[in-house]
Design a protein around this ligand. Structure first.
Ligand SMILES: [Zn+2]
Length: 328
């Protein structure tokens, strides 16, 4: 059996768990977002992901088997090699080669084009492609990156011109650091909430400049000269926090998300502006990735159910992974 899917992916006869949030004897972790992270006997990941996982999970006993780019090693009946995924610090795609020589590529979350805080993905050729397909809907063909950056800078300028404080709402790992670096490079002072700043420190430890000015807590009163980068949860806390409450009407809320292309996103998130800055492959990049890998079989995860059907219409042998599924 090359792989098995039971609400979680397992590779090889050795049943190596992949991106499991449940505790396993051994698991590969592609990156340190919560929906890919778990407490395992042995976690296989990059040094960056180890640092982020230790920060986020604070495991008392943990064994990490560190993986390095493009270096192969044997695990059970598999030969494993990782390549950059271009998603966030330390994110990796995994190539697993079976004893019979079948090459299985698992992408996890990935993005082909580089950003200032994550390099470009490298996707090797494989026989089987197991890919995250979050934006597997043509609606999520996102604008060119520079256009999106211009939209972000313009939104921040608009806020300052109106005498409001721009608040960027982004998740703590990846997007927050990218936005901070983009705006810092554009000449803005950028402050971050503590939980974001702690992750930014890990980025800096691994040589990725973020460009943070200050850490600002919910007890602080923003000085009005800087952009604030916070998680949505932190902002809700700021809204209800006594010291910040008088400033609520002065905030101009900007969400940065690939879902910005959905017409309901601004209203659903309760923000003033939504910018389609994504750290996932958009619809066009998903197709480009498939062309690069040139697989005989494709298994889609995390995306719209229709995407595999669209791929089949285009001549690809594609399936949406549904539990339970065993292959070979
Ligand atoms: Zn992710």
């Amino acid at each position: 059996m090359d792989f098995y899917w039971d609400n979680n992916l397992f590779l090889g006869k050795c049943r190596l768990a992949v991106d499991s949030t449940r505790t396993r004897q051994a698991a590969f972790c592609s990156h340190a977002h919560a929906d890919h992270l778990g407490r395992h006997g042995i976690t296989l990941c990059t040094p960056e992901t180890e640092a982020l996982a230790r920060h986020r999970l604070k495991p008392k006993r943990a064994i990490f088997r560190l993986l390095h780019w493009c270096e192969s090693f044997d695990w059970g009946d598999l030969r494993l090699t990782i390549y950059p995924a271009g998603h966030c610090l330390g994110s990796a795609v995994l190539l697993a080669e079976t004893a019979a020589g079948r090459r299985i590529l698992y992408t996890g979350d990935f993005k082909l084009t580089p950003s200032l805080t994550a390099g470009a993905a490298q996707l090797p050729r494989a026989d089987v492609l197991i890919m995250e397909s979050t934006f597997g809907d043509p609606r999520y063909r996102l604008p060119p990156r520079q256009t999106v950056i211009d939209q972000l800078v313009s939104a921040v300028r608009t806020a300052f011109e109106r005498g409001q404080i721009p608040v960027i709402e982004a998740y703590a790992l990846g997007k927050s650091q990218e936005v901070t670096r983009l705006l810092s490079d554009a000449g803005f002072a950028v402050d971050q909430a503590p939980e974001i700043a702690a992750i930014s420190t890990i980025y800096e430890q691994f040589g990725v400049r973020v460009g943070l000015r200050n850490i600002i807590t919910t007890q602080d009163i923003p000085d009005g000269n800087a952009v604030l980068v916070v998680s949505p949860r932190t902002f809700r806390h700021m809204e209800t926090c006594g010291t910040s409450a008088p400033d609520v009407l002065r905030f101009f809320r900007i969400a940065v998300t690939g879902w910005a292309n959905h017409p309901q996103t601004v209203r659903r998130l309760g923000v003033d502006r939504a910018i389609p800055l994504s750290d996932h492959a958009d619809y066009a990049e998903l197709w480009t990735a498939i062309e690069q890998v040139s697989p005989q079989e494709i298994y889609c995860t995390h995306g719209p159910f229709d995407f595999a059907g669209t791929l089949r219409q285009a001549g690809w042998n594609a399936t949406t992974l549904e539990p339970p599924t065993a292959r070979r």
